[in-house]
Ligand binder design. Structure first.
Ligand SMILES: [Zn+2]
Length: 390
């Protein structure tokens, strides 16, 4: 356990670096990096890589054809015994189109820094850099390998990075995720729902709605009956929700519809509930004679369950206490890459990134004063996990 005195000294040294943190955040935010613009994400990746190299880290680019390249940053270890690994996850991409800066420039007001991606999660990337820098100054010698993985496609579901994230996670003793904190008091995310999308395709038979409706099979009617059945799968108290979010069917006002389509948003807090819900959906059978149904899709991110994060959160709370801060936890309805690592059984703690408000919106912002505090918290956690975590 890091002594309170050391922890406070680390925080003081990071507070002195606050102007440098803010300058780097400005540069990061001003380098736009929407997920679908490979050259822009790569340009940003090079800037991030240069900052890590300047601080003595080794950086590998994991080249991608269509999405931006992923960055694997390895912190050098001079400690004698080396076993295990600590993985820190973050993403380079944002949800903001190229050119967003014109209407949403980087700006400072009322103690906040505004701009596209400032909170989700360029602030988190800055926090990680300065945490590592502060540890280096304090002569940190990790006994475990420390890997920072900065991926390029988190905001669209991590299609090209998921396998890489899972491979690194399986070698790791713990995973720390730099997604934004919850609320202005900077709560960590110790639970995240699993998220998915399913699609119900209904096939009926067309007929004239006036002359011979009895010869048709109404796909919209079948869909409606299925919606009523699916509604029974909801169990909000257990954190299970199935929400019809898009529906379409039919061609003309006087034609019995031959086809219909329904999209469902799926959420669950537990892996067992996730699997049970998928089974229930796949098990649906047609209700109207002659109708056919097909269920596609399912969960794309499994839930991050509390048991995956509880021990790490207890550590983080102790670290925060050494800094004179109190730390609380929260659950999140949406998923992150931490959902993948937790589902593999690797202890995972999320929400260690910036404190701020309004992600994915025109007023996205971070709390400037919290930047050094979050860097100090991450630094202490890293120092402890990389030496005596078992
Ligand atoms: Zn994010």
């Amino acid at each position: 356990m890091m002594a309170t005195q050391q922890a406070r000294a680390l925080l003081a040294s990071l507070r002195a670096r606050r102007p440098a943190m803010l300058r780097l955040l400005k540069q990061f935010v001003r380098t736009e990096s929407p997920t679908d613009a490979k050259s822009a994400v790569d340009r940003f990746g090079h800037i991030v890589a240069a900052e890590w190299r300047r601080r003595g880290a080794r950086v590998n680019f994991l080249r991608q054809r269509r999405s931006g390249d992923h960055l694997r940053v390895i912190w050098p270890s001079t400690a004698p015994r080396r076993r295990g690994q600590i993985l820190i996850l973050g993403h380079l991409d944002t949800v903001y189109e190229l050119g967003t800066l014109r209407n949403m420039p980087f700006r400072l007001a009322r103690g906040r820094a505004f701009g596209p991606g400032a909170f989700d999660m360029k602030g988190g990337l800055v926090i990680a850099l300065f945490a590592a820098e502060a540890l280096a100054k304090a002569r940190w010698r990790p006994r475990r390998r420390v890997v920072f993985l900065w991926t390029s496609d988190e905001e669209t579901g991590s299609a090209t990075s998921r396998a890489l994230i899972e491979r690194e996670a399986l070698r790791s003793d713990a995973v720390l995720v730099l997604e934004p904190a919850a609320g202005l008091d900077g709560r960590l995310k110790t639970r995240r729902k699993g998220v998915g999308t399913a699609e119900l395709i209904v096939t009926g038979r067309a007929a004239h709605a006036g002359l011979n409706p009895q010869d048709g099979v109404n796909a919209v009617h079948e869909m409606a009956l299925q919606v009523a059945r699916i509604a029974r799968f909801n169990d909000p108290r257990r954190g299970i929700t199935v929400s019809p979010t898009l529906a379409a069917g039919g061609t003309r006002s006087n034609v019995i519809p031959a086809s219909a389509r329904l999209v469902l948003d799926l959420r669950a807090e537990r892996q067992t509930d996730m699997r049970a819900l998928e089974r229930q959906l796949k098990g649906l059978r047609p209700i109207l004679p002659g109708a056919k149904i097909e269920m596609r899709g399912g969960f794309s991110r499994p839930p991050l369950e509390h048991r995956s994060s509880a021990a790490l959160f207890a550590r983080a709370r102790k670290s925060a206490r050494a800094l004179g801060l109190s730390l609380r936890e929260a659950s999140a309805g949406g998923g992150s890459d931490g959902n993948f690592t937790a589902a593999l059984g690797i202890p995972t703690l999320d929400g260690l990134g910036a404190v701020g408000e309004d992600p994915h919106s025109t007023s996205e912002n971070v709390v400037i004063n919290a930047l050094p505090e979050r860097a100090a918290l991450l630094a202490i956690l890293l120092a402890e996990l990389s030496s005596d975590w078992s």
